[in-house]
Write a protein that binds this ligand. Structure first.
Ligand SMILES: [Cu+2]
Length: 122
């Protein structure tokens, strides 16, 4: 029992360390479910997560949920993809694409104040 508690404690510490040192800086590596790379992004004074790591050649689904009414974040723009989406407050809006080449796909609000990026690995 004590061992189990210790293991859980260690796992929690590991998770916290991972969150601050890996997730925060390197971005979130998107899990693949049934061939689709899906991630939820919260829009509130910025994009969380703001760096999303995906694999090339597989569909990516980004679910944006805007949790603020500030006009700034009303639209998210993917210049490189020629896509944009309006984000009504409190609603989940999905943007889907399949990255064909490795590299970075930046996204931002209309005015370019909030920024994020999708990092496509080869
Ligand atoms: Cu803005």
């Amino acid at each position: 029992m004590t061992i189990l508690v210790n293991l859980i404690g260690l796992a929690l510490i590991g998770l916290i360390v991972w969150y601050f040192f890996f997730y925060r800086k390197e971005g979130v590596q998107v899990a693949e479910v049934a061939g689709v790379q899906e991630v939820n992004i919260t829009v509130k004074g910025g994009y969380t997560p703001d760096t999303i790591v995906v694999k090339r050649g597989k569909p990516v689904r980004l679910h944006f949920t805007r949790q603020e009414s500030a006009l700034c974040s009303e639209v998210v723009v993917f210049d490189k993809l020629g896509q944009s989406a309006k984000l009504p407050e409190g609603q989940s809006v999905t943007l889907e694409f399949t990255p064909s080449e490795a590299g970075e796909i930046p996204f931002q609000c209309q005015m370019g104040m909030l920024r994020g990026k999708v990092v496509v690995m080869a």
